[in-house]
Design a protein. Sequence first.
Length: 364
Amino acid sequence: MAPPVILTEFNGLENLACGTIVCNSLGTIKYINPSAEAILEISHDQACKHKIDLFFQDKNFFQELKKDMQQHRVFRENEYFIKTKNNKTVCSTLTASSIFNSKNILIELVPMDQHLKITNEERMIIQQQANAELLRNLAHEIRNPLGGLRGAAQLLEHELENKNLMEYTQIIISEADRLQNLMNKLLSPYHLPTYELTNIHELIERVRGLTISEFGGEIALVRDYDVSLPEMVADREKLIQAFLNITRNAAQALQAYNHEPKKITIKTRSDRHMCVHQKKYQTVIRVDIIDNGPGIAKNILNKIFYPLVSGNQNGAGLGLSLAQNFVTLHKGMIEATSKKNKTCFSIILPIKNDLIVSEVNINE
C-alpha cells in the first residue's frame, strides 16, 4: 500500500519531536505527525477519520479552545489528560494556536514523562561537562608529581645496599604505574576519535569474545540481534570499550551473585522517530545489555555514570563514566533500569549522526 499523501502545507511537521495535530475549525483532524501517532496510539490514516474530541476527556474542551483561537490567543494547558485510542490516559502539556492565513488549528502535545526526560538529559549533560573539566584538571595535576615519585623510587632502588628493601621500592613503582594507568583512562575520552563506517554487530561480537575469554563458560552470553541494521559512522575502538565496560560490569556482578543460570543478553534493535539530546532522529540503533544479576542499589542508580561511583567494592568507578563519554561522542546516550534479577543498559546511537568519516578510511 502506498504511503498517505501529506498536504504540502504540513511538510516539516513530521520532524518535530512533540506530538503535532492539525484540525479544522470543526475539529476534524487533517494531519498528525509520527510523534502524535505514538502518543495517541493511532495511525495518521485512522486519525484523519475522527474529530479531535475523540482524544479529549471533556467533550466541551475543543469549544473552549476554539474561543481562544477566535481571539488570536495561544491556548495552553500544563497538565491535560489526553485519552489514547486504546483508552489509556497520558498527562501532557497541550498548546494550541491558529495557523496564520488558515482556518486550521495547530495542537502540540508533550507528554510529562518527556519533559522529565529532557530535564534529566540536560542535567546529565551539565554534570558530565563539569565532571570532565574536573577530571582533566585532576589528571594533569597528578601526572607530573607521579612521574617524579616513580623516578625517585627507581633511583633509590639502585642506591639500596640491603636488597630486601627493594620490595618496598617495587611497591611504590607498581602503585605509581597503576595510578598513571588510571590517569590515562581519565584522559582517554578526550583523544581525537577516528570515525569510519561500522557494522555494530562486528563490535558486539568482539566484546562477546573478550568477555568469554575473561570469564570463561561461567556466564552465558546470549545473542538477540536484528541483523538487518544498517552500518553507522563510529569510532570502533571507543564503542567497543563502551560496550565492554558495561558487559564486564554485568559479568562481575553475576560472578558475585548466588544465582543460576548466570546470563547476559545482548539485544540489538532499531527505533524510529526518537529524540536524543533534544534532537529528533528518524532511526536509531538500540543496544540492550541485560543481565539477571542482583540489580543496582537504588541509592546509586541515578549516580552510576558519575566518575568514581561504583557498586563494586573493588571497582574504580570509571567504567560507566567512560562508556557514557564514548557514547556521547557519537551523539548517543545510555539509559539504565534495574531491579532484582534484571538490569538493562540501553545504548542508543543515531544512525545518521553528522559525524565525519576520516579521509584515511575513505581512501582505504
